[in-house]
Design a protein around this ligand. Structure first.
Ligand code: ZN
Length: 241
């Protein structure tokens, strides 16, 4: 099976569709897993949710998903993120709000624990280095952990430490050392590469590939201007930070 792993889509439907197309270019995709933050920041929350529903995606909840349902207070957000979260709330259907509110904060699939932030603090903690990776392994029963939240694409292998993919991607073998993997952000990358990020898990080859693909950034930025989302959120997409 080929499983597409995405995270931090952030209401960017153009980026999500580009990732789906790129992932299917080589071969079909059998399942999609999403590590949270489907909504928030971008212009198309309902379109992104509908696309994930069509695909029967396995999703966990991110902090922006929780904020959009009113489950958590905006005081935990910076003013710009809070403004986008307020706008997002108004766009969601009743069904969408119930769906986001009902998402689990963590789940287990094959050899992976899936979580948005970290196993210790599923909504908020960033895993950005080896020390948090070690803590993550200590707190889960699976050998491997999939995280999102930081919008940085990386692999962290026990023994080897943190590794960021080259421009052409990175293949991470599974089953030898334990790994923590972040597939990167689909809709708002922050690792200075503006391309949409994603991962493919091949359960026969037992590896995860980390990849990037271009999408029409201008088109997302235009849609954000049209609905009046804050300018810093628009301009950062071009820089990937
Ligand atoms: Zn996010």
């Amino acid at each position: 099976m080929r499983i597409l792993i995405v995270s931090d889509i952030h209401s960017n439907i153009v980026a999500l569709d580009a990732v789906l197309e790129a992932a299917r270019e080589e071969d079909s995709v059998d399942e999609v897993w999403c590590l949270g933050d489907i909504v928030g920041y971008g212009p198309a929350p309902m379109e992104c949710l509908e696309r994930l529903w069509e695909l029967g995606t396995l999703c966990i909840q991110g902090n922006h998903d929780a904020a959009a349902t009113g489950e958590i207070d905006f005081s935990d957000f910076n003013p710009i993120a809070a403004e986008a979260a307020r706008w997002t709330q108004q766009q969601l259907s009743k069904e969408a709000r119930a769906y986001l509110a009902g998402l689990p904060q963590t789940t287990i699939e094959s050899s992976f624990t899936l979580v948005h932030g970290s196993p210790r603090d599923p909504l908020w903690e960033y895993v950005t280095g080896y020390p948090q990776a070690i803590e993550s392994w200590e707190r889960v029963e699976t050998s491997d952990v999939l995280v999102g939240h930081s919008h940085f694409q990386f692999s962290c292998e026990a023994d080897r430490g943190l590794e960021q993919p080259s421009a052409d991607g990175l293949i991470v073998p599974l089953g030898t050392a334990r790994v923590v993997i972040n597939p990167g952000s689909v809709g708002q990358p922050r690792d200075r590469d503006p391309r949409a990020a994603y991962a493919i898990y091949d359960d026969e080859a037992r590896h995860i590939g980390l990849y990037r693909t271009w999408y029409n950034i201008n088109s997302t930025q235009r849609a954000m201007s049209e609905v009046g989302l804050p300018e810093p959120l628009i301009s950062r997409l071009s820089a990937g930070r």
